[in-house]
Design a protein around this ligand. Sequence first.
Ligand code: FE2
Length: 375
Amino acid sequence: MKSVLSERMTIHLHDIEHRELPPAAAAAVRALASDIRHRLGDRPHTGTLQDPALLDQIEQRAAELPVAVRHAVRPPATPAGATVVRGFPVDDAEFGPTPQDWQAAAVTAADPRHLGSLELDIAMLLLARCAGEPFGWAGQQNGRLVNNIVPAVGHEDEQSGASSSTLLSPHTEDAFHAARANLLMLACVRNPDRVATTVSSVREVRLSEADLRTLTVPTLPILPDVSYGTDFDQPAPPLPTIWFDETDRATLRYDPAYTPLDDADPAFRAAYARLTEEFARVCHAPALAPGELLLVDNDVAVHGRVPFRARYDGTDRWLKRVNIRLPERRRRALESSENGYGQRVVAPFRASTDRTAERGRTDERADERGSVEQP
Ligand SMILES: [Fe+2]
């Protein structure tokens, strides 16, 4: 399949959930991020954000933040599966030029003239820790726990966050992997042309019973996207596109750009195409403004981006992204046997959450639908 949404698509501007981070709560996050940065001084923590001293600070001090912060970053509450959180102030002057690529973004986060990027990284880790467990991927952006999304020369037409002139087709983030995020948090540093992010929810589409049945049958694999490289030699298990969770609500794994649709029979391809059309029909298209956060429930909604012309002059659209695991979420039991094409998560907060869960656990058995806690 060439592209999921036609570039002539009609964007339906339904309202998605909006939340306000109260000013005192936003100020508390900023102040704590700034304090943590000061304490860390010149330690070499900007490359991957995996410095143990930084991680300790996040782990110990996220609890200091007001309850209103946790409330603002809870998972999206409506069937749209996405929420815009407003009220986190960013000052453009603190950021310096938009970096040329994610590599440059990691380096310039250490620039003492522009500390906004590093402080926003730290703030996002705090916010993400309030929501769940932030994690990264060893094979993506060098394992950095906060990814920078900027358009990069030579990548304009790719299906990755570095692209610009092509439509970034709606997709589940890291759909190929069983350890993919439950929740994505995107923060907008700048977006001068108000380029829209697209979000479509499987819980807002209308499909026939027959199509639903077809899409719940494991039929095709989903392969890793180009940001992980292209050298894979692993067996590729077929996956269901749609799966009903333990509350009988639809969840999905969907990434047509990395799904070999030509290998499926016509009935499956037709059902998949109808799902794709439905995603276009129910598409929300928030154009994030500086300081806005977009929370996407990655089990419920697919996301993408409309095409835009990159400027490459230091003023380009710049988002930051954190992957978040929600330890209480359950997924399809068979996912635990997937090999993930050798891609590993960097999950420094996993152990402490599991210890806490262990203490609070009474008699937790596998539920009757055979779900497992995700790996
Ligand atoms: Fe994505």
